[in-house]
Design a protein around this ligand. Structure first.
Ligand code: SR1
Ligand code: MG
Length: 418
C-alpha cells in the first residue's frame, strides 16, 4: 500500500514477504523469518531479519524523532536522502557502505545488507578494541566522497542537480543547524549537561563571544558552502566494524556542504573517545596503549585523507574547478600543486572547527555520546567532559594555527594530561 505504516516485528514478514528481491535474499517463506527490532539510534526503527537463505536489515523512518517522541514530528523523506546518498557513496568508494536490497519511498524504508558480526565503532572503542586499517579506510572514504561529489570531479550539470536534490533535506539540516551550531552556545531549551560540576565551564563557553562568532561562521559554511555531498552525521555511531574492517552507515543527514565537514565530525568523535578512555579502561598501561592507538588513527585518518585527495586531484580532476588546462598540468605542475595545498589547507581548518563544535554539542546539547554518558560516577565523568569542551574551544578558535595533524595530536595529549 502507499499509505505509510510503521512496521512491527509481527507485521514485517507479512508486509515485505511478497517482494522477490527480499525472499531471494532472506528466504522464500516469510512466515519463517525471525525479526528483531534493534534500533537504538535517535531517529528510526531498525529490524534485523533472518531467514533460511540469509539476513537483512530493514530501516524505516518514523514520523517523529525517536529520541524525543511524537512531540517532535519529523518528515519521512529522510529515507529518500539516505537511499540517494548510499547509492552515491557506493559508487564513489565501492564496498564501504551496505548493499541496498530494496527501497520503498512511500514506506520510508530501506532494506539492506546486515553487517555481521560488525558492531558500532563507538562500542568497539569503549571496549578498548582496535580496528585494523581504520584510519586508512576512513581517510579514503572521506577523501573519495569529498572529491568525487564536488566540482573538482563531477560534471557541473550533474553536480548542480545533486545540490538541488539534497537541498530538500531541510528538516535534517535544520536539526544540525540548531543542535550543532547554535544551541550549545546559549541556554537553549533542549540542552542538557549531565553534571552540575560543568556549570562553570558551560557558563564560560556561553559567554565567549568569539566562540559564538566562529560557530556562526561555520553554520554559514554548513548552509552555504555547497562543495560536496557530505554524509552529514559521520560520528563513530555511523561506522560499523569488526577487528579487521569498517563500513559506513546511516547517511540520512546527507547534504551539500564543506569538504571538511565529515572528516571534521569524525575527528571530533575520535578525540572524545580518546579523552573518555579513563572512564572505560582502568589499567593505566593498557589505557595508555589504547589511547596511543586512537591518536595513531587520528593521524592516519587525516594523512590518508590528504594523500588520497592529492591522488584524486592528479588523476580525476575532470570538473570545472582548477581545470588542468589552466595550469597546463600534464603532471605535477607547481601552480597546480600550490592550488592543491591551498584547498587541503582550507579543508583542514574547516575540519578542525567542525571537530571542536561537534565536541561541544555532544557534551552541552541534546544528543550526547555513550563514551561520556555511560561513565556513571559524575566525579569521574565531569572532568573528562570538561577536557572535551576545552579542547573543542582550542580547535575552534585556534583552527588556523595548527601546522598539521601532529599539532592536533599534541593538543589532545595536553588536554588529556589536564
Ligand atoms: C534529534 S537527532 C540528534 C542527533 O542524532 C543524529 O544522529 C544526529 O547526530 C543528530 O544531531
Ligand atoms: Mg544516525
Amino acid at each position: 500500500s502507499d499509505t505509510y505504516e510503521a512496521l512491527t516485528p509481527e507485521t514485517l514478514g507479512q508486509r515485505l514477504g511478497g517482494i522477490d528481491a527480499l525472499t531471494r535474499r532472506i528466504g522464500p517463506d516469510a512466515t519463517a523469518w525471525t525479526v528483531r527490532e534493534v534500533g537504538d539510534g535517535n531517529l528510526n526503527l531498525v529490524f534485523i531479519v533472518e531467514g533460511t537463505a540469509g539476513t537483512a536489515i530493514v530501516k524505516q523512518a518514523l514520523p517523529y524523532v525517536r529520541l524525543v517522541g511524537e512531540s517532535w514530528p519529523l518528515p519521512l523523506n529522510r529515507a529518500f536522502f539516505e537511499y540517494h546518498a548510499l547509492t552515491r557513496q557506493a559508487a564513489r568508494d565501492p564496498g564501504r557502505v551496505p548493499e541496498i536490497y530494496h527501497y520503498d519511498e512511500a514506506q520510508a524504508l530501506i532494506v539492506m545488507e546486515y553487517l555481521n558480526p560488525h558492531i558500532i565503532l563507538r562500542q568497539q572503542m569503549m571496549a578498548g578494541r582496535r580496528v585494523e586499517g581504520l584510519g586508512r579506510t576512513l581517510g579514503e572514504f572521506c577523501a573519495r566522497t569529498a572529491f568525487r561529489g564536488s566540482d573538482l570531479c563531477m560534471q557541473t550539470r550533474q553536480k548542480k542537480a545533486d545540490v538541488a536534490l539534497f537541498s530538500d533535506n531541510v528538516d535534517l539540516c535544520d536539526i544540525t543547524e540548531n543542535l550543532v551550531f547554535t544551541d550549545p552556545y546559549f541556554d537553549a531549551e533542549m540542552n542538557r549537561h549531565t553534571s552540575p560540576q560543568l556549570d562553570g565551564v558551560v557558563a564560560e563557553l556561553r559567554q565567549d563571544q568569539q566562540l559564538k562568532i566562529v560557530a556562526q561562521h561555520f553554520k554559514r559554511a554548513f548552509t552555504a558552502k555547497a562543495e560536496t555531498m557530505c554524509h552529514g552525521d559521520l560520528h563513530t555511531g555511523s561506522i560499523m566494524v569488526t577487528d579487521h574492517e569498517a563500513k559506513i552507515i546511516d547517511p540520512e543527514f546527507a547534504f551539500y556542504g564543506p569538504m571538511g565537514f565529515d572528516i571534521g565530525m569524525l575527528l571530533g568523535n575520535y578525540l572524545m573517545a580518546f579523552l573518555a578512555m579513563p572512564g572505560h579502561i582502568g589499567d593505566e598501561a593498557e589505557r595508555a596503549a589504547y589511547q596511543d592507538w586512537l591518536l595513531e588513527v587520528i593521524g592516519e585518518t587525516w594523512t590518508v585523507f590528504a594523500a588520497e585527495f592529492e591522488n584524486l586531484w592528479h588523476s580525476e580532476r575532470t570538473g570545472i574547478l582548477y581545470p588542468k588546462t589552466l595550469y597546463e598540468d600534464q603532471g605535477h605542475h607547481p601552480a597546480s600543486d600550490a592550488a592543491l595545498r591551498e584547498v587541503i589547507g582550507e579543508i583542514f581548518i574547516d575540519a578542525l572547527a567542525i571537530a571542536g563544535i561537534e565536541m561541544h554539542r555532544r557534551v552541552l546539547g541534546l544528543a550526547h555520546i555513550a563514551e561520556f554518558d555511560t561513565i556513571e560516577d559524575a566525579e569521574k565523568r565531569a572532568p573528562l567532559e570538561e577536557k572535551a569542551l576545552r579542547l573543542g574551544r582550542t580547535l575552534v578558535l585556534g583552527r588556523a594555527g595548527f601546522a598539521g595533524i601532529d599539532q592536533v595530536i599534541a593538543a589532545a595529549r595536553r588536554a588529556d594530561k589536564g
